[in-house]
Design a protein around this ligand. Structure first.
Ligand code: GLU
Length: 346
């Protein structure tokens, strides 16, 4: 326990609060939506980077802890949630996406930043990528070390995220993930390591760019993923339930049946290899598809493409958690099995 360090940190953060109210009208407006996570995490020990409490620090304190933000943007904060990202639910996602769509329609706003826990950051980032209709940057940022840790990464990550959101070159690139001085496409980027700083990667597709002394540099001209769909969720109040199952040797269909009985409207399976399944699972997948319930076969390998399937739907480039987001949006949109297959197998 290091109470002295903690109180010093909090005192420093409190001292900076006055900066949060500095209007900066000559700079581009960036709105920060805070949802919690490690970037807003706090621990009694400055050495603790695994047992802290996520979602403890509010958006005003997050902003005022980095007074340099005002050198680059007129920053406004809104607390959408303050929680561990494992608690982010569809109500929060729908609220966030609708709020961002409205905010980006404002001519003065150059971009938005979402602060988020890293565990499910990629799901929110992908959801926003598919549901925000704007060419302005949507930047999702987190941290691997809580605000109270030695060498906490949140402050620099937030500064980089705001600089990216206020940068003209960041337009027309879809939603982006910022951590560890890297810019990743929300469409492809995934969390690859449970505890290390360099966790967010797209192994096949790489990064869009990087930060040098906090300034964004892109490797490519603006580009979008092939066949990226867009879903208008302005009237969506609820997303249909989609469940993810995990495959292994000798898997039986008991959990698949339980998921359907529990009201799942779609299933994603993290299959082995190229979305492979045991014979009894293949039979159950066929029966489920025959009932009109889509079953998307992704892969537990963490990388690669799942090719089109006879039984079920091959997930293509989408990992299980991204396939779940896409499938639930397609179901909310009322798409039939043929259209759903096209999203994944095209
Ligand atoms: N489990 C927490 C979360 O996702 C902490 C992980 C993190 O933010 O790095 O919110």
């Amino acid at each position: 326990m290091n109470k002295k360090y903690l109180s010093k940190t909090m005192a420093a953060l409190m001292l900076c609060t006055s900066f949060a109210s500095f209007a900066n009208a000559d700079k581009p407006t960036v709105k920060i939506y805070a949802t919690g996570g490690t970037i807003a995490g706090s621990s009694e020990s400055n050495m603790d980077t695994t047992d802290y409490k996520a979602g403890k620090i509010g958006v005003d304190l997050l902003i005022s802890a980095v007074p340099e933000l005002k050198d680059f943007a007129h920053v406004i904060g809104e607390q959408i949630a303050n929680t561990d990202s494992n608690n982010i639910n569809q109500n929060i996602l729908l609220k966030l996406s609708k709020a961002i769509n409205l905010q980006l329609a404002d001519a003065k706003t150059s971009g938005v930043v979402v602060t988020h826990g890293t565990d499910t950051l990629e799901e929110t980032a992908f959801f926003l990528d598919l549901t925000v209709k704007s060419d302005k940057p949507v930047v999702i940022v987190g941290a691997m070390r809580p605000a109270t840790a030695i060498s906490a990464d949140g402050g620099m990550n937030l500064l980089e995220a705001v600089r990216l959101a206020s940068d003209d070159d960041a337009k027309h690139r879809g939603a982006m993930v910022v951590l560890n001085d890297r810019i990743g496409s929300a469409f492809y980027t995934t969390k690859t390591n449970s505890t290390m700083l360099d966790t967010f990667k797209a192994t096949e597709q790489g990064y869009l760019g990087a930060f040098l002394s906090g300034e964004p540099h892109f490797y490519y001209e603006p580009t979008k993923p092939v066949d990226k769909p867009y879903f208008d969720i302005s009237h969506v109040k609820q997303l249909p339930k989609v469940k993810i199952l995990y495959s292994y040797q000798d898997q039986d269909p008991a959990l698949l049946h339980a998921a359907i009985k529990d009201g799942a409207k779609g299933i994603v399976i993290a299959g082995t290899g190229n979305g492979s399944l045991s014979d009894v699972m293949l039979e159950a997948v066929k029966e489920t598809m025959d009932k009109g319930i889509p079953v998307v076969r992704s892969t537990r390998t963490g990388n690669g493409f799942v090719t089109p399937k006879q039984e079920g739907i091959g997930s293509g480039v989408y990992n299980p958690q991204k396939a779940k987001v896409l499938l639930s949006l397609a179901l909310a949109h009322g798409d039939n099995l043929k259209t759903i297959r096209n999203y994944f197998e095209n």
